[in-house]
Design a binder for this molecule. Structure first.
Ligand code: NAD
Length: 305
């Protein structure tokens, strides 16, 4: 029997492929699955074992990590036919790094518990760069002893690991984080279009605001994408839209008015209607451009006075 810890990974997209590669580097015995064969082949070439369905991942893994688009894929993958839960032995642990709604996370925890399998929700922040560097922030919800039992796997993919409470709590933190990201990003897009019309040197604006009170993660990291029209993902518009929708559901459950969130959700809805769904979320600037019939890059920067 192999002495290496047996880990599974399902969902080898922008985030998952990079997290899985880090697990291989950290010498875990890795089994992988994705509906896209080419994604599996890339990891197999690096030393991972391919599986033909989530059940097979479960049969080989002590800890199974997920990085899937939404709660629909997560539910089907874990609870469906030939699903992960069918394959996992008692004592196994599911670590879901996807961003989904807190109630699905709790449902999965309960279903897993019936089989004496542990489940933690462990959504991540830090984008594809953080996934690649292994520096992600991870917001972990679940039973404390389950979280402790998979800490080695969490440490292999992330740097700032926060235990934030019981099952579903990680997702609550993550939705609040992504609500802030979306609102800040929309603010940057709006300001940039206004700055263009006002004839501002946009690169100088970037330098000045970076050291001023208007700075934010969105401003610092995403304004360059907007300026240079680099919209390859990254974090896709449709994923940002999905997370804002989940945050809106949460607000409605708690009867809380969230006008900024509602506005930003509508802006990302427009972004999807404009066909931008697979671009990086910084492409939200294009919606503000469309609203004012203007384009950021059309304006030549003025020399500073
Ligand atoms: P992605 O679309 O690039 O990757 C998703 C992967 O899941 C794809 O490889 C796809 O083929 C695979 N997949 C889809 N359905 C499947 C199924 N039924 N079974 C197996 N594989 C399936 O998405 P991503 O950007 O990597 O995001 C993954 C998750 O992480 C999402 O929940 C997202 O909200 C979250 N997230 C993304 C980022 C980011 O910057 N991209 C950052 C933090 C969190």
């Amino acid at each position: 029997m192999s002495e290496k810890r047996r880990v599974g990974f399902i969902g080898l997209g922008a985030m998952g492929s990079r997290m899985a590669a880090n697990l291989l580097k950290k010498n875990f015995d890795l089994t992988v699955y994705d509906v896209r064969k080419e994604a599996v082949e890339i990891l197999a070439a690096k030393g991972a074992r391919p599986a033909k369905n989530p059940r097979e991942v479960g049969m080989r893994a002590e800890v199974a990590v997920l990085s899937l688009p939404s709660q629909i894929e997560v539910s089907n993958t874990v609870l469906g036919e030939n699903g992960l839960l069918e394959g996992l032995n008692s004592g196994g642990i599911i670590v879901d790094t996807s961003t989904i709604d807190p109630s699905t996370a709790r449902r999965i925890w309960l279903k897993a518990k019936e089989k004496k399998v542990g489940a933690v929700d462990a959504p991540v922040s830090g984008g594809t760069v953080g996934a690649e560097m292994g520096t992600l922030t991870i917001m972990v919800g679940g039973e404390k002893e389950t979280v402790d039992a998979c800490m080695d796997v969490l440490r292999a993919i992330g740097k700032n690991i926060y235990y934030v409470g019981g099952p579903g709590s990680g997702q609550i933190f993550k939705l609040l984080n992504n609500m802030l990201v979306g609102i800040n990003l929309a603010a940057v897009g709006e300001a940039l279009v206004l700055a263009s019309k006002a004839g501002v040197d946009l690169k100088l604006l970037y330098e000045v605001v970076k050291t001023s009170a208007g700075n934010s993660w969105a401003f610092e990291n995403k304004l360059p994408n907007m300026l240079e029209e680099r919209f390859e993902p990254g974090f896709r518009v449709w994923l940002q839209h999905k997370d804002l929708g989940l945050a809106l559901n949460m607000a409605s459950e708690h009867l809380i008015a969230t006008p900024l969130l509602a506005f930003t959700y509508a802006m990302f809805e427009s972004a999807k209607a404009l066909g931008l769904e697979n671009m990086d979320h910084s492409a939200i600037v294009k919606v503000f451009e469309a609203m004012s019939n203007t384009k950021v890059s059309r304006y030549k920067p003025l020399k500073p006075q």
